[in-house]
Design a protein around this ligand. Structure first.
Ligand SMILES: Cc1cc2nc3c(=O)[nH]c(=O)nc-3n(C[C@H](O)[C@H](O)[C@H](O)COP(=O)(O)O)c2cc1C
Length: 187
């Protein structure tokens, strides 16, 4: 085994796109890889200070969607450029925007599935950032990605994962097993 010093190499990492409105109702989006599940209906995202965090403070509501191969370039762009510096940031993504059904935040309809979230609490707030705990209040899935069983078909979505080793994006592949099932073979 080769050793490496400690790095944020939890694998695989998501490519979350956080959608918010600013005080004037202008939409924004940012890319976040440092996020995951916090509880059954809650997520956690590690955030430094951004236009997005100002918006979260103003509105207390946001959306989270997951980048895909088709949305990759603009998903990376919203992680490189701040709305604080580029007023046309969202225009440049070319994404289509609708207001979310249950929260005051934008839904980018170019993505297959979106979590509508409310800020539940923030943890360890400091000058450099905080951990955002968000409550999922509703989930919107494009009909195109609903499978025969009436549930979202994740395999169809061409989601991408962030590779923190080489700063890459990798498309998720095919379904290879049944969770809470295949392990039974070894019982
Ligand atoms: C792949 C990638 C992952 C990122 N992950 C995070 C993250 O987990 N937390 C964070 O605070 N910023 C993260 N960023 C940086 C923000 O997306 C970036 O600063 C963005 O421009 C903020 O936009 P805003 O100021 O318009 O809100 C990431 C950027 C990229 C490209």
């Amino acid at each position: 085994m080769k050793s490496f010093p400690a790095k944020p190499w939890l694998l695989p990492q998501p490519v979350l796109i956080i959608g918010t409105y600013d005080k004037e109702g202008r939409p924004n989006a940012m890319n976040a890889a440092w996020g995951g599940t916090w509880d059954a209906k809650e997520i956690v995202i590690s955030l430094s200070n951004h236009a997005t965090t100002d918006n979260l403070e103003a509105k207390g509501e946001f959306t989270v969607t997951f980048a895909t191969t088709d949305t990759l370039v603009a998903a990376d762009y919203v992680g490189l450029v701040s709305a604080k510096k580029e007023p046309k940031k969202i225009e440049k993504t070319g994404w289509t925007i609708e207001k979310a059904e249950h929260v005051d935040a934008p839904v980018f309809t170019d993505f297959p599935i979106t979590l509508e979230c409310r800020v539940k609490k923030t943890l360890d707030k400091s000058a450099t950032g905080f951990y955002l705990i968000g409550e999922i209040v509703n989930i919107l899935c494009d009909e195109k990605f609903i499978g025969a069983d009436g549930q979202p078909d994740v395999e169809k979505m061409h989601l991408i994962t962030y590779d923190p080793v080489h700063f890459g994006y990798i498309e998720l592949g095919k379904r290879v097993g049944q969770a809470f099932g295949d392990g039974n073979k070894l019982k």
